[in-house]
Design a binder for this molecule. Structure first.
Ligand SMILES: [Zn+2]
Length: 277
């Protein structure tokens, strides 16, 4: 359901503005990426009636080396373990910034201060880099990491608007820095509400019966799914998805997480209280 909210929001936003919607397979994490997962996601999107205009290069096909070279003056090697970062409170304190290691993970050196931006759904945001870890761009074993890959992909694909889940909101200011360091103007951002399970955690495979495939197998139609999701996106009384796109306004999107306790009959979910930020 969380993916339906995020991709559905992207679809509605693009269609409401007459833009082009790109589909990208983000398979930078080779161990967790399988062709059948991407295939299942395409099938889900088609079943939901969400069409895209173009499928762009997948991450495993792109060469990130030239982009990394452009960042050489603002990166440094870090040899801290995950455990050390956890023990420092979860935010990397910049231990290796001036140690001049020759090996280790490659981190981006964020500037001091912070950054403000206008989120199209969540409103004005102000983020301090004092509470942000310098992002890892390349892992200690030499794999390009997601924070670098996603920004390079978006720049190379000419992306002008990013619509995604609120769980990524906290990373946005650092990503905007990366856009500028790579010589590009950051896109506009819209962060959609996350959908949580009854335990207050983001919906995932461990929560029963709310994946698109499971709902479909339980007899839900695509219309049943949209009847639940569209009101979260601020749309009421739309007959079709194109009808919904005409009514879509980023400012109408529900703020704060949505808690789904369980799927009941087709078209009906048990909700927790809708909490506002
Ligand atoms: Zn370090």
């Amino acid at each position: 359901m969380g993916n339906v909210v995020a991709f559905g929001g992207a679809w509605l936003s693009v269609r409401s503005q007459g833009g082009r919607l790109l589909l990208r397979v983000e398979d930078i994490d080779r161990e967790r990426s399988r062709d059948e997962i991407a295939e299942g996601q395409r099938r889900d999107l088609e079943w939901l009636g969400l069409c895209w205009d173009e499928e762009t290069l997948r991450q495993s096909e792109r060469d990130y080396a030239p982009w990394l070279r452009a960042l050489s003056s603002t990166t440094y090697r870090c040899q801290c373990t995950r455990r050390q970062v956890r023990e420092a409170g979860g935010v990397y304190p910049g231990t290796c910034r001036d140690l001049d290691h020759q090996q280790g993970a490659l981190r981006l050196r964020l500037p001091s201060g912070g950054r403000g931006f206008l989120d199209q759904s969540c409103g004005q945001q102000q983020m301090s880099f004092e509470h942000t870890s310098d992002p890892i761009l390349v892992t200690r074993v030499g794999n390009v990491a997601y924070p670098l890959a996603v920004v390079v992909d978006d720049i190379a694909d000419g992306v002008t608007e990013v619509v995604r889940g609120c769980d990524l909101l906290a990373h946005t200011a650092a990503q905007m820095e990366l856009w500028e360091l790579l010589g590009a103007s950051p896109p506009s951002y819209q962060h959609m509400p996350t959908v949580l399970g009854s335990d207050g955690r983001k919906l995932s495979k461990s929560h029963a019966s709310t994946s698109v495939r499971e709902l479909r197998e339980a007899g839900w139609s695509a219309q049943d799914v949209w009847r639940c999701v569209l009101p979260w996106l601020g749309i009421h009384g739309a007959e079709t998805l194109s009808d919904a796109a005409e009514r879509y306004l980023p400012s109408g999107v529900q703020r704060g997480p949505i808690t789904v306790l369980r799927a009941t009959r087709p078209g009906e979910l048990d909700y927790g209280a809708l909490t506002s930020r």
